[in-house]
Design a protein around this ligand. Structure first.
Ligand SMILES: [Zn+2]
Length: 60
């Protein structure tokens, strides 16, 4: 499970885990972290995951 978000671990993800983050709307960032919001899982970037974890951002 180590380095699941780097290198070879990204190959099985859509476009190597890159996309637009639904929280910060940044494009071509790595969308690697699953988050539960309103009962469904969304994938967000590392920065937003950290922000949500620290209560600086809220999802939906
Ligand atoms: Zn983000």
């Amino acid at each position: 499970m180590s380095k699941a978000h780097r290198g070879k671990g990204l190959r099985d993800q859509v476009s190597w885990g890159r996309g637009t983050c639904p929280v910060c709307k940044r494009d071509n960032v790595k969308i690697l972290y699953e988050l539960e919001a309103d009962g469904n899982k969304i994938k967000i970037c590392k920065t937003c995951k950290a922000a949500v974890a620290h209560g600086k951002k809220s999802v939906s």
